[in-house]
Design a protein around this ligand. Structure first.
Ligand code: TRP
Length: 330
């Protein structure tokens, strides 16, 4: 089976765009691929975190992965920091990465814009750690959003460079772009994507929002001043709501538009809120059970770590041998 690897940073709140854009596909891929899903806590450190929040979010994100359908018996669910191999391989890869390449990363440029003294080295070397995550497991496919494609291309370039210099070692990873699935945009500003780290929580619907909050956020979401329900780029707010509706209900955009002919925006909004509430209910129920037992989650992390360690040790020892590091005796 081909390998799939992906990860989410435990920062902010997992929201419906993470579900529709990533986790929903991760669940499907479990049947056809060997999957590794990481909680990339080391990546989160590039932005200052409150220690207690970070700790809670690692558990919470894992519980949400599982509640959404990631099955720890089928897939590897692992916490990045439980596997020192990630940081070790990162060092080696950093010696094969050029400053010019990292300087070209648009995410780094965006995140460091307007700052000078407070840009930390981790933010700059972030893509090398991501390359390490991917190459360590010899991943064939990496499901990522458009904003991460450049990082994935860098991973390929680094892998290629290593393979050329030292002989074939790394699988060259390819992006996995799901066929369906529209980009989910912010509820208050449909020109930017819905982000789990948005400081304004009216912009997103968290997977753990309660029904009242969901209804309120959808009702208050930005739509244009017209009245007719049509799907067009001229009505980006409404278009976004229809996309969310379609993704959650599996009803096509055309059918939704037909269904709401002559109806008001508010009709669509109320129905959409109901659909989201119904979809999230079983996820939230399962989540509440999982999160109440951290020791069970610790066990899942241990199983994930052991499986991941087996795979990553194989790659790491091969790398160390090929570059000329000597082995220490047992
Ligand atoms: N950088 C990714 C993001 O912010 C998260 C990530 C870290 C990742 N390591 C990864 C994604 C490896 C895919 C594969 O979305």
């Amino acid at each position: 089976m081909k390998k799939v690897l992906s990860g989410i940073q435990p920062s902010g709140n997992l929201c419906i765009s993470n579900y529709l854009g990533a986790i929903k596909n991760w669940v499907k891929l479990q049947d056809t691929h060997e999957c590794i899903y990481l909680i990339v806590d080391l990546h989160s450190l590039t932005v200052e975190q409150k220690p207690a929040d970070l700790r809670n979010r690692c558990y919470s994100f894992a519980a949400q992965y599982i509640a959404c359908g990631i099955n720890p018996e089928k897939s590897i669910i692992a916490v990045q920091s439980h596997l020192p191999q990630h940081s070790e391989l990162m060092w080696v890869l950093s010696t094969l990465t050029y400053l010019g390449e990292l300087n070209r990363m648009t995410q780094f440029k965006d995140k460091s814009k307007g700052k000078d003294k407070s840009i930390n080295l981790g933010l700059f070397s972030y893509p090398v750690l991501m390359a390490s995550d991917i190459l360590l497991y010899q991943a064939d496919f990496v499901p990522v959003g458009a904003d991460q494609k450049q990082h994935l291309e860098l991973s390929r370039d680094i892998a290629n460079r290593f393979n050329t210099r030292y002989s074939d070692t790394f699988t060259l990873p390819e992006p996995y772009i799901p066929k369906e699935g529209a980009r989910i945009m912010s509820l208050q500003d449909p020109s930017s994507k819905m982000s789990k780290s948005d400081t304004n929580d009216s912009n997103y619907i968290s997977l753990l929002d309660n029904p009242d909050v969901i209804l309120k956020k959808i009702k208050r979401s930005v739509t244009d001043s017209g009245t007719e329900i049509t799907y067009s780029d001229k009505k980006p707010g409404l278009q976004n709501l229809i996309n969310i509706y379609s993704s959650f209900s599996d009803i096509s955009v055309d059918d939704i538009v037909k269904r709401y002919e002559g109806k008001m925006y508010s009709d669509l909004k109320v129905d959409l809120a109901d659909i989201i509430i119904d979809k999230l209910k079983p996820v939230q129920d399962k989540y509440n059970i999982l999160i109440s037992d951290k020791s069970e989650l610790d066990k899942i992390f241990k199983i994930g770590r052991d499986k991941a360690a087996y795979l990553s040790n194989k790659t790491l020892s091969k790398v160390y041998r090929k570059i000329g590091l000597i082995k220490s005796i047992k």
